[in-house]
Design a protein around this ligand. Structure first.
Ligand SMILES: [Zn+2]
Length: 112
């Protein structure tokens, strides 16, 4: 399941993002990564946009743009981190309305 979210777009901002690469350190804490990219890959393969994210003890609580509240434990080798690294997402959440430029930016993000 690789990233299948629509990449072709006429959006000018998205086109601009398609050209540049972004690098994120692989070993950065998952909370920091999520805080930066503001995208959450759900277990069902849907990519959500993160509206807010807060840390609470060893958990993080996120609210997506489609008004879902997700609470997950922070772990060193989390599923979400792995899925983001591998860009595993079936599709983007329609409720979240993630802008095309953001998806383009994610597609061009390398974890090293
Ligand atoms: Zn969503």
């Amino acid at each position: 399941m690789a990233l299948k979210v629509a990449m072709k777009t006429d959006d000018a901002a998205a086109k601009k993002e398609q050209k540049k690469m972004r690098y994120i350190q692989k070993r950065r804490p998952i909370f920091k990564i999520l805080e930066k990219i503001k995208l959450w890959p759900s277990r069902s393969g849907i990519l959500h946009g993160i509206k807010t994210i807060v840390k609470e003890g060893n958990c993080m609580i996120m609210e997506t743009h489609c008004h879902e509240v997700i609470k997950v434990r922070i772990s060193k080798n989390s599923r979400a981190a792995r899925w983001l690294r591998n860009k595993w997402a079936e599709r983007a959440c329609s409720g979240c309305r993630i802008p095309a430029w953001k998806i383009a930016k994610f597609a061009n993000t390398l974890f090293k």
